[in-house]
Unconditional design. Sequence first.
Length: 210
Amino acid sequence: MNLIFLGAPGAGKGTQAEIVCDKLGIPAISTGNMLREAVKNGTPAGLAAKECMEKGDLVPDDVVIGILKDRIAQDDCKNGFILDGFPRTVEQAEALDKMGVSIDKVIEISVPDQKIISRLSGRRVCEGCGASYHLDFKPTKVEGVCDSCGAKVVQRVDDKPETVLSRLETYREKTAPLKDYYQNKGKLVTVNGQEEIAETSKLTLAAIEG
């Protein structure tokens, strides 16, 4: 199955994509990783992307979709794939259709804003080794000190409540039309994110198989 995962920052779509990959034996394709891989491999689309990235420009949609087509033509995608982080706009979705990339289902992981804000604003990251913690779900043994390397544990700017709110607004602005686009094609399925990851996974797999 060819799937797209949608969800606001902190909704847990990356986590669910990994779980579904393991269950269905299909790869999750993240746009960022795919671009880096294409640049490293020096493919024609990768070289075009590298030129844009070196100038500090955004990589144009047609280049990204060209790289995506190369990626999904690889052997590990013959039984399907999950797109995580693409498309982000209706224009990208239309370009995907024009290039003949068929999508079976679009799974949206929906979590209320308040939950996302408390989820993300509780995250902490070690300045030394990059280990992740959470004030509620995975606190450090000693407050503000990494369990692994003893370095300072900090809150990233991205995870501050005011930044999270602005990220949520941007997501809604860009992605609401995308949801309508796939809803009109009868491909959108919304999964309500649960407190437990395993419960969300159950619902996600049921939505895919249903």
